[in-house]
Design a protein around this ligand. Structure first.
Ligand SMILES: Nc1ncnc2c1ncn2[C@@H]1O[C@H](COP(=O)(O)OP(=O)(O)OP(=O)(O)O)[C@@H](O)[C@H]1O
Ligand SMILES: [Mg+2]
Length: 498
């Protein structure tokens, strides 16, 4: 029989991370960390005395803010971003690997050493951020058997934990992102119909708005600034987050501000003031839900269950807006901030059959003539549209523009926009073709997308009959090689993580 440590899922969250495994009875459960908590704050403190890297609550609640790293997941897709501490540069991947190493280490004490894991990512993470997440796992000494979209994992847990069937919308509002997934559940089969998301739309954005409210009020009362430097800002953001959580339960909250040398300032905030300050963001969430329904030609009543996931769905206004939009109460699948990890463990065990959709559009750059104006320009031409059920293969035929072209160049893109500036070029294929081809020769580009989210391209040149098959393995700026990961992993092994 397989040992319980074989089926492990980790939700590497913006604010908190969680690890779950599947018990021998087939049900997943959260494995607490060595601090006795089910959720580990995704915060790292770089101790300056013994070089210890503290991860979790101790890192979040104490220490020099200049040595503390929060919300690193927001930068997973930024190849330029790093944090510098004691003259050493740390990338988002490396910081994330410290968080994963802590989860791995703590869990070993309870369920034994783990090696294979399923990691989760927001549905709208791009290729770079997905690769960075896998690399973070590998650096932490884990074998990442699969990555799965967070709302898909939550959906699997929902389907597993109650005998429901029908259309479900997973509404995941976490610390950094909103993910909306619409799916159908029939017994053990889960069909994802659509996954949409928005970045920088989550609890952290609410915290920042709340801090602005406090700062304005403080200025009004005292005629001076509340936030004087970035380090103090970090502390005040934590305080704002606490206030926000209290406002999910209370209508009015008073916080105190000030140092020993000055009089304490008491600032009072109402739930109503908070709701009105974050209205713009909440309206965006409502519009994104509408957009998701429209894409599938669904009406709100076509959805049987609206399922809440993510800590920010504890905000009463969020629940109220969803209830208004759907005409029924949203439900939760247990603890809103644990179900992604629980679902990921089920994915590790392959407990349910899930069919996914692709989360981005894939296309090529082509010269396209505007029919109205006759002006030709380079545009992104989509071959596989976003939310196409996978596995899939789709083709587009292009024609060459000049006589005697000797090379055909195909640039593979990821993104929906027609404007090449707003899409990522994730691969490039150049191949030589025989001479004397007339302009207007047909080139067929076929993309296939398999279940492990691998994209392959086949280019067929009709004139020469030549076919080229290429695996698209994104290796743009910021993607680490296997060697680099290996080296970092060896380095991180020597670091004391607590
Ligand atoms: N009672 C509450 N009221 C309001 N917000 C809350 C409450 N409890 C938690 N949150 C917020 O939920 C967020 C964390 O949720 P969660 O742990 O689901 O996010 P995450 O998984 O870390 O983020 P993401 O999924 O975006 O990567 C934080 O912003 C936190 O402040
Ligand atoms: Mg989450």
């Amino acid at each position: 029989m397989a040992s319980s440590s074989e089926f492990v899922g980790i939700d590497l969250g913006t604010s908190t991370s969680a690890l779950a495994h599947v018990r021998e009875d087939g049900n997943p459960e959260i494995v607490p960390n060595s601090d006795g908590e089910r959720l580990t704050p995704s915060v790292v403190f770089f101790d300056g005395h013994e070089g210890v890297k503290l991860v979790g609550s101790a890192a979040r609640d104490g220490g020099d803010p200049e040595r503390t790293v929060h919300h690193i997941k927001r930068f997973m897709d930024d190849p330029e971003y790093f944090v510098e501490i004691d003259g050493e540069q740390w990338t988002p991947t490396e910081i994330s690997s410290l968080i994963l190493a802590k989860l791995k280490k703590d869990c070993a004490e309870i369920i034994g050493e783990i090696e294979n894991v399923v990691l989760t990512v927001p549905a709208n993470f791009n290729e770079l951020a997905r690769k960075a997440t896998v690399a973070a796992g590998q650096m932490a000494g884990l074998n990442v058997s699969r990555i799965v979209n967070e709302p898909t994992a939550a959906a699997l847990y929902y389907a597993h934990s109650r005998a429901v069937s029908g259309r479900v919308m997973i509404y995941d509002l976490g610390g950094g992102t909103l993910d909306i997934t619409i799916l159908e559940i029939f017994g053990n089969n889960v069909d994802i119909l659509l996954s949409e998301g928005a970045r920088h739309l989550g609890g952290y954005d609410f915290d920042q708005i709340l801090l602005e409210l406090f700062a304005r009020e403080y200025r009004n009362q005292n005629g001076k600034e509340l936030v004087l430097n970035p380090y103090q800002k970090r502390r005040l953001l934590t305080l704002s987050e606490d206030t926000k959580k209290m406002l999910s339960k209370l209508n009015v909250v008073t916080e105190t501000f000030g140092t020993d040398n000055e009089a304490i300032t008491r600032l009072t905030l109402t739930r109503e003031a908070f709701e009105s300050a974050v209205r713009r963001l909440l309206t965006r969430t409502v519009m994104l839900v509408e957009q998701a329904l429209d894409t599938l030609n669904f009406k709100p009543e076509d959805i049987d269950h609206v399922v809440l996931v993510g800590g920010s769905t504890r905000i009463p206004k969020v629940i109220e807006l969803l209830e208004k939009q759907f005409g029924k109460k949203p439900v939760s699948c247990g603890n809103v901030d644990e179900c992604v990890a629980l679902g990921a463990a089920l994915v590790a065990k392959r407990a349910l059959d899930v069919s996914e959709v692709c989360n981005h559009s894939y296309g090529t750059l082509a010269i396209i003539e505007n029919v109205a104006t006759g002006v030709a320009s380079v545009q992104n031409s989509v071959v596989i549209p976003k939310n196409t059920r996978i596995p899939c293969a789709m083709s587009q035929v292009y024609v060459t523009t000049e006589n005697d072209e000797r090379y055909i160049e195909v640039e593979i893109t990821q993104g929906e926009d027609h404007d090449p500036r707003y899409v990522d070029v994730i691969g490039k294929i150049v191949f030589e073709v025989p001479p004397d081809r007339p302009a207007g020769s047909e080139v067929t580009v076929t993309y296939s997308y398999d279940e492990s989210q691998r994209v392959r391209a086949e280019i067929f040149d009709a004139f020469s009959g030549v076919r080229h098959n290429v695996d698209i393995d994104y290796s743009g700026k910021g993607v680490l090689t296997a060697d680099e990961i290996q080296r970092k992993s060896a380095y991180l092994k020597q670091i004391k993580i607590a």
